[in-house]
Write a protein that binds this ligand. Structure first.
Ligand SMILES: NC(=O)c1ccc[n+]([C@@H]2O[C@H](COP(=O)([O-])OP(=O)(O)OC[C@H]3O[C@@H](n4cnc5c(N)ncnc54)[C@H](OP(=O)(O)O)[C@@H]3O)[C@@H](O)[C@H]2O)c1
Length: 231
């Protein structure tokens, strides 16, 4: 991570997921990274996007490790044991909409609230893992109502936070990132094993891309390879 200072501090949320684990492994192996912390529902402190207080408490506990130069949120859901992404309007129900928004949108919103004050004022990047299917402009296939809408709303939160951050942290970069299809439990029901990339190579590409971003790129939506995606 050439753009970060020597001994930079990094934080990965959702650090036990397929992509989150890969991010944390690479950061822990980076000799320049002095502190790589992973948070998830079973970490100490724990962070659970269905428990608002846990988000504030985790940020408070991590204050001693601040400032952070890199914060990545790699938590998210697409399906559960109870339901799969909707194929048609007739599949929509509150339980799926609510849970998907809780984890993909509301939790990350509170991460923006509580963790942006921990960003380094001189050089920092905050990346929210979004998804290209959350792009309204790129939606040609339809379906996946809850997931698409939760990521589109997440993208709006990223854009809005980036505008506020320009005032409070003028050197911070806040972006939404599409990792591509990656072989994890999230993509597994959709032939992720066959068509998805290994998480380590996806995470490495995203870190290289994040390393190259400057404040001019803040508030935008990027794919793992630096491609600029439409909202
Ligand atoms: N894989 C892909 O092809 C792909 C494509 C586009 C976008 N993405 C996005 O990339 C991100 C990472 O996905 P992945 O493929 O690594 O998925 P994954 O392997 O299923 O990991 C999901 C992560 O989300 C966490 N999570 C679930 N519910 C949570 C909650 N209530 N509170 C806090 N954390 C919670 C999981 O923690 P637990 O282990 O505790 O459940 C896990 O750490 C997601 O935002 C996803 O939408 C992935």
């Amino acid at each position: 991570m050439q753009s970060f200072p020597k001994h930079f501090h990094a934080l990965v949320i959702g650090a036990n997921g397929g992509i989150g684990t890969a991010f944390l492994q690479i950061l822990k192996e980076d000799p320049q990274c002095a502190c790589a912390i992973g948070l998830h529902r079973a970490s100490q402190p724990a962070i659970n996007f269905e428990d608002e207080a846990s988000i504030a408490a985790a940020a408070e506990e991590l204050r001693t490790f601040a400032p952070f130069h890199l914060i990545i949120n790699a938590a998210g859901i697409l399906h559960t044991d109870e339901w799969m992404p909707e194929k048609k309007l007739a599949d929509l129900h509150f339980a799926q909409l609510q849970k998907t928004f809780q984890i993909n949108t509301f939790g990350p919103a509170l991460v923006l609230r509580h963790f942006t004050p921990l960003l380094d004022k001189d050089r920092s990047v905050l990346a929210m893992l979004s998804a290209k299917v959350g792009s309204i402009g790129d939606n040609r296939l339809g379906g996946w109502y809850s997931y698409r809408a939760s990521k589109a709303a997440l993208n709006m939160l990223v854009k809005t936070a980036s505008i506020e951050l320009k005032r409070s942290h003028p050197n911070a970069v806040c972006v939404a990132v599409h990792p591509n299809t990656v072989n994890t439990s999230l993509s597994q029901p959709f032939r992720g094993e066959q068509i998805g990339r290994p998480a380590l190579s996806a995470a490495q590409d995203m870190l290289t891309m994040l390393d190259s971003l400057t404040v001019r790129d803040s508030g935008e939506f990027y794919a793992y390879n630096g491609e600029h995606l439409p909202w």
